[in-house]
Write a protein that binds this ligand. Sequence first.
Ligand SMILES: Cc1cc2nc3c(=O)[nH]c(=O)nc-3n(C[C@H](O)[C@H](O)[C@H](O)COP(=O)(O)O)c2cc1C
Length: 169
Amino acid sequence: MEVWRAIRERRSVRSFRPERISLDTLLRLVEEAAVWAPSGGNAQTWRFVIIDDPILLRKVRMISPGLLGEPAAVIVCCQDMKEATRRGAELGETLALLDTGMAAQNIMLAAHELGLGTCAVASFHHTGLQALLGLPDGVEPHLLVTVGVPDSLPSPPNRRLDICGINHG
Ligand SMILES: Cc1cc2nc3c(=O)[nH]c(=O)nc-3n(C[C@H](O)[C@H](O)[C@H](O)COP(=O)(O)O)c2cc1C
């Protein structure tokens, strides 16, 4: 799929069909999309958790008010914050957050190309999820990306086009 088209067509999907997604596909989204995002200082302190176990998914949904619908899987985008602050000093935390966003967008665009729907979810109980997943000390979940076969696609919300300035030479 053409990149411009993927950028334009991707929507946040919050209604999914009850179809599973192969582990190969989910791994591909991480190994061939997420980790190919740019990373500040090439630190690559991101860590990913793939969840497609229905029982665990139900528990994740219970502590994630922003997670709507019943996706087949959730990719938890985490950062090793100990490593991020060690490598990036005072910039480490900011770089880690930015890296997470870029990796998540890669996942969402690649999933769209595969005909899958996704939604970024920041509204979840961070320490609850950390405990539920038994994440190592210092590894923090930053953003969930739900993945599933879309049931319906929302219409695109309007976009603001307020370019703050053009300094064209
Ligand atoms: C950092 C971030 C956090 C988000 N958190 C949530 C969330 O908790 N729940 C949700 O339903 N959507 C969430 N979204 C999706 C936005 O609501 C969505 O991207 C926005 O409404 C624009 O719609 P579109 O993605 O279809 O273009 C989040 C998006 C981003 C980038």
